[in-house]
Design a protein around this ligand. Sequence first.
Ligand SMILES: NC(=O)C1=CN([C@@H]2O[C@H](COP(=O)(O)OP(=O)(O)OC[C@H]3O[C@@H](n4cnc5c(N)ncnc54)[C@H](OP(=O)(O)O)[C@@H]3O)[C@@H](O)[C@H]2O)C=CC1
Ligand SMILES: CC(=O)C(=O)O
Ligand SMILES: [Mg+2]
Length: 754
Amino acid sequence: MNDRTKNEFSDREALLYHSHGRPGKIEIIASKPMATQRDLALAYSPGVAVPVRAIADDPATAYDYTAKGNLVAVISNGTAILGLGNLGALASKPVMEGKAVLFKRFADVDSIDIEVATEDPEAFINAVQLLEPSFGGINLEDIAAPNCFIIEQTLKERMNIPVFHDDQHGTAIITAAGLINAAWLTGRELEDMKVVVNGAGAAAIACTELIKALGVRHDNVIMCDRKGVIWQGRTEGMDQWKSAHAAKTEARTLEEALKGADVFLGLSAAGALKPDMVMDMAKAPIIFAMANPDPEISPPDAKAARPDAIIATGRSDFPNQVNNVLCFPFIFRGALDVRATTINDAMKIAAARAIAQLAREPVPEEVAAAYGGRAASFGHEYIIPAPFDPRLMEVVPAAVARAAMFSGVAQRPIEDMDAYRQSLRARLNPTTSVLTLAYEAARKNPRRVLFAEAEEEVVLRAAIQFREGGYGIPVLVGRDGVRDKLKELGVADPDSFELHNAKHSPLVQDMTDRLYERLQRRGYLRRDCERMVNRDRNIFGALLLEMGHADAMLTGVTRTYAQTMRELRYVLDPAEGRTPFGIHVLVGQHHTVFMADTTVNERPSAELLAQIARETAAVARRMGHEPRVAFLSYSTFGNPPGNWLDNIRDAVAILDAEGAEFEYEGEMAPDVALNMKMLAKYPFARLSAPANVLVMPGLQSANLSAKLLRELGGDSVIGPMLVGMEKPVQIAPMAASASELVTLAVLAAGGIAN
Ligand SMILES: NC(=O)C1=CN([C@@H]2O[C@H](COP(=O)(O)OP(=O)(O)OC[C@H]3O[C@@H](n4cnc5c(N)ncnc54)[C@H](OP(=O)(O)O)[C@@H]3O)[C@@H](O)[C@H]2O)C=CC1
Ligand SMILES: CC(=O)C(=O)O
Ligand SMILES: [Mg+2]
């Protein structure tokens, strides 16, 4: 099934995403040096024996000497994979790997997936309980009811670390948060609401229990399963967990149950709710269709049937994503940080209330972009924060940690809550967040980005991703065969891509006139210009940009950087009063460093070094970092002496004279700039912490360093970003991947790099 109409991607792309490069979504990275014989002697035998003995003497020290305290296992037997049913342990692995990386992405929790091939609850319990030494917490996932209840309850009793069945409690917490807000918006009290729950499995039972604990009355809830209403007296297909929620009612079908109901909570399967069933619901009904990947009813169908409804789904591509991803990373973060022995009801309710409260608060400007084009103020289309809202990381773990401390399950209470909240913020790499925000800003304001080298498969894949991610409209430059290639890449409607080919373009005459006007006094004849327009894709593309057929341009994979720059400069000028230059951004989990000028100016003057410092500091700020600029040199404050230092010293003096409003210092060697211990040897230096903006003394050292880091460094590298051109244009590295190209296209369109 190639399902582009339903999803933002085709099935082929989903498979490519998973198989590309290293198969799967997860890898393990060593957190300690492993370079030398001595490192190995410490990491493994004989050094490792020392922590072994320490842990044997005092088991609590495992949290000090191993990764246990920040490590969660995501464990499944694959009996209820999303709403796809029992497809087995192996088939659940992509989901479990996905959950593991979401733990890392959203809350810096290290996580590993474990698939256990048994449907026998006792065998499953035995397997998991034996894993206690390895982990700080256990996240059970996609295990079908009713065995999931037995499994979780037994493991909670037998294990002394948090055990949390995400489909039950993560879902219940986020459902409760959404429901509290939807009730508030529609002027309802929880105790008066008539609720129909469709599904009677892991998620449905736990959601029902939590909303009842929060005030929804037992008599006001009707639960349905595949056989219809679970009514008091029904015997078929029952178990003790369903019986506990059996209703005293004459209704026997979902349709009957929904008459006059205020709320539909769907935790069942795709398409279970038909539009005509919602017609008889109460005024301003609340419809949470949470089955994944496809909801019980699509939001457009629900909206068409009931325009007055508040509608939520489990998906990210509709407003109001009620999905446990909003909960599980953050609840574990809080639980791990206080070394909680369990995740109890007080912690769950604290998480639900914190999430509900966050949605009611105004969204700060720097977070607004995270909401893309969607409503970002509390209302029908925004009852719940989006998972990539960075405030969740600060608010939810802190609420959970506090509740754990008050309810007496925290083994290591937090002494300074303010400092803890700060440390939570620091765990999120701002560049990752800013890139997310840049992506969302692009979705909010989609621009036309010209991909000048559309014959290249990598460029076409980037253009497809760019369009289907909703980041903007790709404008392609390439020959006619490009449409066949689009088809080969799974695009059903290649004609819907705007393609410019100089061979047929009616714009060539006009372009030639413009180029001739620019170049006639630089020794070019009109026929030279005509040839350039017809033959050079960068010149042709830049003219399209110049003439307003695109808002930004991306090129670079078929020619060297310098050659591409030369071609672009026939058409495009630097922005007034600025000299273009390049920035590489080095992104690690715990640090981000901006390095400039890595691409354009061979020996920058003092004035240019000062401009590079100023503008790179501004880019760093736009990406969420308070800049601390170091002017790098082989020499630190005059030692060793040399002839190349004057420019740097003059650049510092220029910034002094103009009263630059960021920290800067120089000249200094990279180890001084980046290492606090070295920096401390120069107490007069005006950097309060290691530098995060490195202004390089010349292109030789800058370009070499950037390329070495790109090829050898463990961190990921963004860029180079070209800044200072009159029009947003980016030159990608020749070896750029499709996702690197998409990032550059987004940065160009979104203005971060300009
Ligand atoms: N948005 C979110 O965050 C989450 C969503 N979910 C979704 O909830 C659903 C259930 O997951 P989970 O509880 O883990 O699975 P379970 O297997 O434990 O439960 C499934 C339940 O759904 C019922 N069901 C299935 N089809 C229908 C139908 N057509 N009409 C009525 N009831 C039906 C089953 O009925 P019976 O008992 O008769 O077999 C069963 O009670 C999935 O679609 C899942 O994706 C789950 C967790 C989180
Ligand atoms: C979101 C989730 O956990 C599920 O659909 O199973
Ligand atoms: Mg699940």
